[in-house]
Ligand binder design. Structure first.
Ligand code: FAD
Length: 494
């Protein structure tokens, strides 16, 4: 039992198995999904025990252990870390918070001893970002609830033994209630059919597709919200977003290690790449991403304990998720630039990382939307305390007050309530980075290497200054849809 093993020993065992499983680059290159034979040596080490309460044989849901597990996996494979993240944050943690005890007692042991896997289905073909409008419905019937609908892009499609399904209650007249309800499905219930498997661009080990749902779920398998269904959904989503840095941590460290090693050994013009100033700028950026992510892990470990309701943590959760996933993508792009053509091979980690990290900016809240929500939340807080000057507000706001002095003159302006959406997104990008900077300052105060902290703050401040350029630019062009009329360069020759 892994619960009796010290964490250092437990994580070393998991790391070793994941490393050896993913040592063959073919796993990430073309073949889709993961066979039970492939997964079994890893799952034998009970990696998911970190997400399971000790009462049911798990390691007790210590947030630091959960993030370390995700980190150890993502150093070897981002896709496998996401597989663990899906199981942990989108299935096991919500089950431990909201499912009946009898259901927990039934479900958890299967993840420890039978290699069971779980996932979450929210998204539908017609409802993604506006998931609250979902059409999957349920009615009470003899023996439980009858769910019907179509879901797509659920990670581990066709492979998961358990699904957390989301649906809206249907009235006699056929209207759907506003609230979202959650149900735990398992294979023995039947009624989830994969209509199509998708050829996903990256993350090859994870199967995705479209599922037709027509199933009856026993009554006790419905989550009991302690408050409202929306609050439960927010708790689930915010907790998951707060844990993204776990998946990012090992991945960013790996890209930093790869970048440094490559630039030390690759000679161009008779000297190592690392001696070029522009290369140093890129490597420093990679390292700043590592430092920022470390700070986010420390923040989450403290804040997102399993007994804490995360439904009110929109601002830190949305900032962490959007900023760290932007860093994941920009780091991959930068490493690919440094590695050059060799990095463009499918079996090279640089090119693969570009496609594997890209959807992190899309799923669990598209970053464009999250940035807008960050700006809206800050403006709402400013209104509440009747403060119009952004810099002044940030200097007394608890998520930014220890870093606000970097921005006293830069952010000393007021913002209209009617600000255009594109500007709100720019502002959200700025605020997300300022909030992240404070996490870095706090990490420094706890003894993290000062040179890493200072380099990181310098580069993050540069990011904020660049974003301010876009925010304050008055241009607001819109697309010209009939652009082909007088839009032919050949016809414009003199
Ligand atoms: C690899 C991958 C894994 C996934 N895993 C899961 C999973 O496990 N479970 C699950 O349920 N779903 C999953 N999803 C689905 C994912 O959550 C949705 O793709 C996401 O919510 C966006 O929905 P959509 O794709 O329908 O895009 P849309 O809702 O059509 O949005 C597309 C884009 O339009 C823009 N946009 C949308 N609304 C606005 C707005 N109000 N203002 C400005 N711009 C806007 C944004 O740029 C947005 O990215 C996954 C998706 C991918 C790619």
């Amino acid at each position: 039992m892994t619960t009796q093993v010290p964490f250092s020993q437990f994580i070393e065992r998991v790391r070793e198995r994941v490393r050896s499983a993913f040592a063959d680059p073919a796993i990430d290159q073309g073949s889709r999904g993961m066979t039970p034979e492939f997964l079994s040596p890893i799952l034998e080490t009970e990696p998911l025990s970190v997400f399971i309460p000790s009462l049911y044989g798990g390691r007790g849901q210590d947030t630091g252990e959960c993030l370390s597990l995700l980190e150890a996996c993502s150093y070897e494979s981002l896709a496998f870390s996401l597989t663990m993240g899906i199981n942990g944050a989108l299935f096991l943690q919500p089950v431990s918070r909201y499912a009946a005890e009898s259901v927990q007692a039934d479900v958890f042991p299967r993840f420890l001893s039978e290699n069971a896997l779980g996932g979450l289905m929210i998204t539908e073909p017609d409802y993604g970002s506006d998931a609250l409008q979902m059409r999957t419905r349920f009615r009470s019937v003899d023996g439980g609830f009858h769910l019907q609908g179509t879901k797509h892009w659920g990670g581990l499609t066709g492979q998961a033994d358990y699904w957390l399904l989301t649906a809206r209650g249907e009235s006699e007249r056929g209207d759907l209630e506003r609230a979202i309800s959650f149900f735990i499905w398992d294979r023995s219930l039947g009624g989830i059919d994969v209509e199509e498997y998708f050829d996903n661009l990256g993350l090859y080990p994870i199967p995705y597709g479209r599922n037709r749902i027509d199933t009856i779920i026993p009554e006790e398998r419905r989550f009991a919200p302690q408050t409202s269904g929306v609050r439960m959904l927010l708790d689930l989503l915010h907790r998951s977003r707060l844990q993204f840095p776990g998946m990012a941590m090992g991945y960013l460290k790996r890209l930093l290690d790869e970048g440094i090693a490559h630039c030390q050994s690759r000679l161009v013009g008779g000297r190592p790449l690392s001696e070029y100033d522009q290369v140093q700028d890129r490597l420093a950026d990679l390292q700043a991403a590592f430092t920022t992510c470390s700070a986010m892990c420390a923040y989450t470990t403290e804040v997102a304990t399993i007994d804490h309701d995360c439904s009110n943590d929109a601002l830190p959760a949305n900032s962490i998720k959007s900023v760290v996933t932007d860093l994941m993508q920009s780091t991959a792009q930068s490493l690919l630039q440094l590695v050059g053509a060799k990095g463009y091979r499918l079996d090279h980690i640089a090119g693969r990382s570009v496609v594997d990290s890209r959807p992190f900016q899309i799923f669990e809240g598209s970053n464009d939307i999250l940035y807008q929500q960050i700006a809206e939340a800050v403006l709402k807080s400013m209104n509440k305390v009747k403060e119009t000057n952004l810099a002044r507000f940030l200097s007394s706001f608890d998520l930014t007050n220890r870093v606000a002095d970097h921005f006293t003159s830069l952010l000393s302006f007021s913002i209209d309530t009617g600000t255009a959406q594109r500007k709100m997104v720019d502002l959200g990008r700025i605020l997300g980075r300022v909030i992240s900077m404070q996490m870095v300052v706090d990490l420094g105060a706890r003894g993290f290497r000062n040179d890493l902290v200072q380099n990181c703050l310098t580069l993050m401040k540069r990011d904020v200054v660049n974003l301010l350029g876009s925010f304050s630019d008055a241009g607001a062009p819109t697309v010209v849809e009939d652009y082909e009329e007088n839009g032919d360069w050949l016809a414009c020759r003199s």
